[in-house]
Design a protein around this ligand. Sequence first.
Ligand code: A3P
Length: 325
Amino acid sequence: PDAESIPTGEEEDDSLVPLPTREGWWTTFVLYQGCWLTCPAVTSVLLVRDHFAPRHDDVLLATYPKCGTTWLKALAFAVANRSHHPVGGGGGGGVHPLLTSHPQDLVPFIELPFRHLHPLTALDALPSRRLLSTHLPHHLLPPRVDELGCRIVYLCREPKDVVISTWHYMNKVTDDFSLELDEAFDLFVDGVSIYGPIWNHCLGYWNKHVADPDTVLFLKYDDMMADPIKHVKKLAEFLRVPFTDEEVGASVVEEVVRLCSFEKLSRLPVNSSGVADRTGGRPMENSSYFRKGKVGDWKNYLTEEMAKKLDAIIEEKLKGSGLTF
Ligand code: A3P
């Protein structure tokens, strides 16, 4: 659909209401229920809300793009499936799937920019307990997710690192498109970035976490980088597969962290070479999901003035919520 003909989903008489649009990124963005999306992504949201059937034991990995989705998918997959795909410890089980499959392919997204090309029946066919992922803000998730009490792991990241990661990624994966950093930064601080504004995205899941901490585990990339062992243990508890004393003694937690580390994953042939079209519309190099994997890389790109500006906006937007970066 074009921007002028996208429904908001809230019309009583099904009339079509024009939505605000913004140019600047590789395609027109539209503001759909407070969230900046591409036109196909709006279609995807509507399809998911109408046709995705959540199950009470689903676990959703929710992230704002470029906050470490690939890492979280790898960690959650490794933790949740270690009874039949042992990690380290000399257990059987053959070659671990993370050595031969891209983490993006082991935990499917519920929405996709071109969801209409990927029938949701593929998700229906997955056995329980499903590990699924999403970039949707909390308020755009299908209402049944909350009604059924599906658990959610949310991973966020320092916004200054997110803008730098986003800028690199978008310039890399979109043909015939490039944006100067100051242009990308201006859009980002205006809240105009895919699934943005980032502060609304974080706050939606943060508020749900505060209200219901057993349903939403709230993680931060920087904290996980600082102490991955502690956070992987937390993740395992939340996924209801805590590490046993025996596993801890056999350093299985360390093995999971090592297997899912940037250094390990980014060097595997399945992640460092080749191209895949995961959306039905945009083939991308598998390596696009791995750049530096560092905390604070923004210092190499943003001026002091830019950093202060974004910090001030984030502080203002998060004021009173208890969430800080
Ligand atoms: P940088 O661009 O700062 O390097 P997403 O997976 O949500 O698209 O996020 C991508 C970011 O996570 C990139 O950040 C990428 O390098 C980093 N990343 C990918 N795999 C990682 C891993 N195993 N550990 C830590 N960071 C990782």
